[in-house]
Design a protein around this ligand. Sequence first.
Ligand SMILES: C[S@@+](CC[C@H](N)C(=O)[O-])C[C@H]1O[C@@H](n2cnc3c(N)ncnc32)[C@H](O)[C@@H]1O
Length: 334
Amino acid sequence: MTDDVTGETCQWRGWREATEQALYGPGGFYLRPEGPAGHFRTSVHASALFAGAVARLLGEVAEELGTAGVDLVDVGAGRGELLTAVLAATAGTGLDVRASAVERAARPAGLDERIVWTDRLPGPGSVRGLLFANEWLDNVPVDVAEADATGVARYVEVRADGTERLAAPVAGPDAEWLARWWPLREPGARAEIGRPRDAAWAAAVRSLAAGRAVAVDYGHVRDARPPFGTLTGFRDGREVPPAPDGGCDVTAHVAVDACAAAGGGDGGAELLTQREALHRLGVSGGRPPLSMASADPAGYVRALASAGEAAELTARGGLGDFHWLVQRVGPAAG
Ligand SMILES: C[S@@+](CC[C@H](N)C(=O)[O-])C[C@H]1O[C@@H](n2cnc3c(N)ncnc32)[C@H](O)[C@@H]1O
C-alpha cells in the first residue's frame, strides 16, 4: 500500500471512485515511474509486429483520406512505446505521421520530440487519421453492482484493502444501463457498470473529423457476459485480488457492444477479434517452409521467431481473443 492513500484505508467508497483514486490519484498505480510495462505485457510489448500492423492500418486510413499527412493519436499511451515503434515503422514510407499521446502519466524523459504529449483527448472534429487505444477502456474506472438476496441490484462499496459491502440500490442512468446491457438475473450475480467507458469512447470517436477510431481490449458482449463480472488486479506480472490501495492495477473487461453503440460514427461500428484484425493486416502465425532452413538459415531463424510472436498476438485463449472495436468517421466511413 502506498503512503499517499493510507489515510483512506477505512473509508467505504464505490468502486469507480476508489479505483480513480488508486490508479490516478496522488501516488496512483499508473503515475509511477515504472509504467504499465513494469507490471504486465500488452500486445505492444509482446512484439514489434503489433506496431507494424498499426503502421499498415495507418497507411490504409491515409489512402482512404487521400493524403500522406495523417494524425495518429494513441489514447492511454503508456510510455509512448507504440507511437515510437510506429514512427520507426513508417520512416521512409512517404507517410507524414503527426503523432500524439493522450496519457494521464507524465511525458517520459527522452521521448521522440515529434510526439506531442497531453492528458486530454483532442477536441471534437480535430483529428484526421487514426485514433488507437490499446488496453485503455479497461482502465477507465467503473462502479460495480451486485444482486442482493432478494434480487435487487445494489452498488458494491469497497475499502482500500479490497473488503466489500453492498450499498444503495442502483438507480437512474446506471440502472438503465444495467437493464439494457447487463441485466443481473439472480442473487449474487455481479456486473461492472460500463457507462463511464461508453462516454469515454464516444468522446474519443467525436474527436475524429475523418478516419478511424480503434479500441483494442479484452471484453464481452451481451449474450456472453460473465455472471460474476471480471474485476481483478495485476501486480508485478501476476493476477492478484483487486484492492484499490494504489499497489496494483484494477481492471475489468469491457462491454464492447455498449461502447460500440455509444461511439456512433458515420459508418457504424465493426467488432472483430484481434486474430481476425491482425490477419487482415498481414500478421500470421504460419511457420516458414522447412526448405528455407538450408537455403537461408539466418532468414529461417528470423522467420521462425517472427512466426512465434505472431502466434502469441493471435492466440486463442490469449491476445488473439481481444476485441477490436473499429469506428469510421467521414470520408473513410462506409
Ligand atoms: C493498460 S495501460 C496500456 C498502455 C499502452 N496502451 C499499452 O498497450 O501498452 C493503460 C494506460 O491508459 C492510461 N489512461 C487511463 N485512463 C486514461 C485517460 N482518461 N486519459 C489518458 N490516459 C489514460 C493509463 O495511465 C495507462 O498508462
